[in-house]
Design a protein around this ligand. Structure first.
Ligand SMILES: NC(=O)c1ccc[n+]([C@@H]2O[C@H](COP(=O)([O-])OP(=O)(O)OC[C@H]3O[C@@H](n4cnc5c(N)ncnc54)[C@H](OP(=O)(O)O)[C@@H]3O)[C@@H](O)[C@H]2O)c1
Length: 383
């Protein structure tokens, strides 16, 4: 097939090459093609964040580089990112904790929402230039990201709400479904409850008919938690968490969705009810340290679990990919029907303003680690 035939078929336009100065199809073999999006040129280079050394200090580890815009292989999509999501683990990743065998330089950022601007031939059987998609893939902190067509989620609109579901919502739904064993009327404690994954855990636990207690660090977050149905928000800066739990939940809590670690993990263990389940979703209080961990009272753990027939269960999203597509779809449908709030924090309340442009990723991570966010932190790439 000739260059112009192929291009006209996809873009549905005539004389496209004469009208616009742009990058042409690079590889004309049957297995690869490269196309422009809405007649706009795909630049030859782009900004992309790369970890050039391993460090939990994201600013030290990661720099913005100018790199060639990659060409999609047969099964790949080239996505122009519109929104990218910030995760607490972005600094675990930059510290090389996810896969210590990967040496710098390596790309960072886990998730994005954007438009397909080019694609390989096999990928074109399911997607077309101009489609909106979301994805969970390394290298999201870039203007353009290559993703295998099998890994993307088709979307109606490039909305940041979809982004909230891709990691944060999926984690809460799958962890509670698979490990929580929630029963109607049980008490669920969610730590970092107003955050990206926490606010989903609160809502899913409420949907399961549970009484939900949520920890947070400000009066504004208390109000936010009330608005999403949290029965007992606890601002731990104003109330002592251990005292409040002992006083108001003397039999303990049945399930803990725990993502803070260290002293909060110990406190959660101490406040488990008989047959309680503590889900270890993360331990953010340690991530900025060299080891990534805060000490916990491990020596007494076996005795405490035995005395209550309780359990501690680890959860890591990549180990539950068999549930992933179904849960993401379910969460997105709930959001569309207005049954699930995907709260987005784009830095509107930050003194420096909204997170816009790739360089804002640094500021967005600092903002999250200062405990300022309500809901999922997102950065807009191309307004
Ligand atoms: N296991 C998995 O597969 C998986 C997937 C996604 C997320 N996670 C985990 O879920 C947790 C939350 O991640 P996220 O991306 O959704 O972040 P997030 O909850 O949106 O933001 C982090 C929040 O943690 C709270 N926090 C408590 N102690 C903190 C400390 N010492 N330093 C910084 N923040 C602290 C802050 O809220 P307050 O100030 O209100 O306490 C802060 O807003 C993390 O532990 C993360 O690793 C795990």
């Amino acid at each position: 097939m000739s260059v112009s035939l192929l291009c006209n078929r996809v873009l549905g336009c005539r004389n496209a090459f004469h009208t616009f100065s742009r990058r042409f199809i690079i590889d004309m073999s049957y297995s690869q093609h490269f196309m422009d999006y809405k007649r706009s040129a795909i630049p030859s280079s782009m900004k992309k964040m790369m970890a050039t050394k391993r460090s939990p200090n994201f600013r030290e580890a990661v720099s913005v580089q100018i790199l060639p815009v990659p060409t999609p292989n047969d099964h790949e999509l080239l996505i122009r990112n519109r929104y990218v999501g910030i995760n607490a683990s972005d600094i675990n990743y930059s510290a090389g904790r996810y896969d210590p065998s990967v040496s710098p330089p390596f790309p960072v950022g886990f998730e994005g929402v954007g438009e397909v601007v080019a694609l390989g031939l096999s990928a074109s059987s399911r997607f077309a230039v101009g489609d909106t998609v979301g994805y969970l893939n390394d290298g999201a902190f870039a203007e353009y990201t290559l993703v295998s067509a099998g890994k993307v989620i088709p979307l109606k609109e490039p909305q940041p709400e979809a982004l909230a579901v891709i990691v944060s919502g999926a984690t809460a739904l799958i962890a509670l479904q698979r490990l929580g064993e929630l029963k109607h009327g049980e008490t669920v404690l969610v730590t970092a409850a107003a955050g990206g994954t926490g606010h989903f855990a609160v809502q899913f636990a409420k949907m399961a008919g549970c009484h939900v207690v949520g920890t947070c660090s400000s009066p504004e977050k208390v109000e936010f938690l009330k608005s999403i149905g949290c029965d007992r928000p606890i601002n731990y800066k104003e109330e002592d968490l251990a005292t409040t739990l002992r006083r108001e939940y003397p039999k303990g809590v049945d399930v803990v969705y725990e993502s803070v670690g260290g002293a909060v993990f110990d406190l959660a263990v101490n406040n488990l009810a008989q047959n309680g389940r503590l889900l270890v979703v993360g331990f953010i209080s340690g991530y900025q340290s060299e080891s990534g961990l805060q000490p916990v009272r491990g020596a007494t753990l076996p005795a405490k679990l035995l005395q209550k027939s309780a359990s501690v269960r680890g959860f890591f999203l990549p180990h539950f990919l068999s549930d992933y597509s179904e849960c993401v779809l379910k969460a997105m449908q709930m959001q569309e029907k207005g049954k699930l709030l995907c709260a987005i924090d784009d830095g509107q309340m930050d003194k420096e303003g909204r997170f816009v442009g790739l360089e804002s990723v640094y500021r967005a991570i600092d903002y999250m680690y200062a405990g300022k966010n309500q809901g999922k932190v997102v950065v807009e790439m191309n307004p």
